[in-house]
Design a protein around this ligand. Structure first.
Ligand SMILES: [Zn+2]
Length: 156
């Protein structure tokens, strides 16, 4: 399903970053080809919001987001971003001040993202992400978001 769609169309992502207050609306892929300028915009948008550092994102993360939106029937929804890239400093800061942050978090490789989708129940978002079997899925019901990454398929 996702493959047929990707071969014939432009893939667009809309995002709102809950920490910076910024919005982004980009076509990041034409057919099977990633759009370089759009990836640059996404990298900047998903920078470490504590330090301002930018890291090149693994674009497969954006494919997971796109397929996730499609799978929950909200292909044009604006994804709310809780956390994108994290420098090691920022990851350690979070580990000190909160629980449930991995020492070797894939946020530090720009291969992970924490999101919620307004109007989509977070438990349903989690089960839909698990069904995609594209990487790790974390569930944070008290903060109302999920983590998705393109590492090994696993869940917590
Ligand atoms: Zn995360």
């Amino acid at each position: 399903m996702g493959t047929a769609r990707a071969e014939s169309s432009d893939l667009r992502l809309r995002m709102y970053h809950t920490h910076t207050g910024e919005h982004l609306d980009v076509v990041y892929k034409h057919g099977a080809t990633y759009v370089r300028g759009a990836l640059d915009q996404l990298d900047h948008f998903l920078r470490d919001h504590r330090t301002g550092d930018v890291h090149h994102y693994d674009p497969r993360v954006f494919d997971v987001l796109s397929d996730l939106l499609e799978a929950v029937g909200r292909p044009t929804a604006e994804i709310n971003i809780i956390c994108g890239y994290r420098t090691p400093w920022s990851n350690q800061f979070l580990r000190t001040h909160t629980s449930g942050v991995a020492q070797n978090s894939l946020h530090m490789q720009a291969e992970a993202i924490d999101i919620r989708i307004p109007g989509v129940d977070t438990a349903r978002l989690r089960s839909t992400a698990l069904n995609l079997k594209r990487g790790g899925v974390g569930y944070y019901p008290h903060s109302n978001f999920i983590h998705v990454d393109v590492g090994r398929v696993r869940w917590w």
